[in-house]
Design a protein around this ligand. Structure first.
Ligand code: S3P
Length: 176
């Protein structure tokens, strides 16, 4: 029996890396609950992520996201997917570092532009990618890759792999 609280696995990575889908598949396989900070932000805001960006601006979104990450890391017991940019916040970085220092697993779902593009669809739902989605995704990834790599305890390349295969690899890394 475990008395620990907090998530068993945290997934980080850029839009299109498959965090939400892998969280869902992995949580089913492990018999755990999946949680997604984008959904938590939508509950806190009472509107979609896209509407928060549009009506309130990115800084407000990041404030809500910090709150969502902090709460989820403290109480959730399962698989937690973070929004792609959540790792940029210093407070969230510190919380993730404390989580992994205590033995928590942080998985960086790595992906190339060629595979992220079709998954994201580069559509209206990703406000940060509007205009020139491919170039903007590349710029985001260039800026964030060192942060994803630093915070992760495990890196899984998702290119050309199904969510089931990725989940299997994470399970293996968990020793299951
Ligand atoms: C963002 C990624 C999105 C969402 C928001 C901002 C980002 O989540 O949090 O649109 O900064 O990369 P996904 O990574 O789930 O697409």
């Amino acid at each position: 029996m475990t008395t620990s609280t907090g998530p068993r696995v945290v997934l980080i990575g850029p839009p299109g890396s498959g965090k939400s889908t892998v969280a869902s598949v992995l949580s089913h396989r492990l018999g755990l609950v999946a949680r997604d900070t984008d959904t938590d932000v939508e509950v806190l805001a009472g509107k979609s992520v896209a509407d928060v960006f549009l009506e309130d601006g990115e800084p407000h979104f990041r404030d809500l996201e910090r709150e969502a990450v902090t709460q989820a890391l403290a109480v959730h017991e399962g698989v937690l997917a973070l929004g792609g940019g959540a790792v940029l916040d210093e407070h969230s970085q510190t919380a993730l570092e404390a989580y992994s220092a205590a033995g928590g697993v942080v998985v960086f779902l790595d992906v190339s532009l060629a595979h992220a593009g079709p998954r994201v669809g580069f559509n209206q739902a990703r406000p940060l990618l509007l205009g020139n989605p491919r170039a903007k995704w590349q710029a985001l990834m260039e800026q964030r890759r060192p942060v994803y790599e630093r915070l992760a305890t495990v890196r899984v390349l998702t290119d050309a792999r199904t969510p089931g295969q990725v989940a299997h690899e994470i399970e293996a890394a968990l020793g299951g």
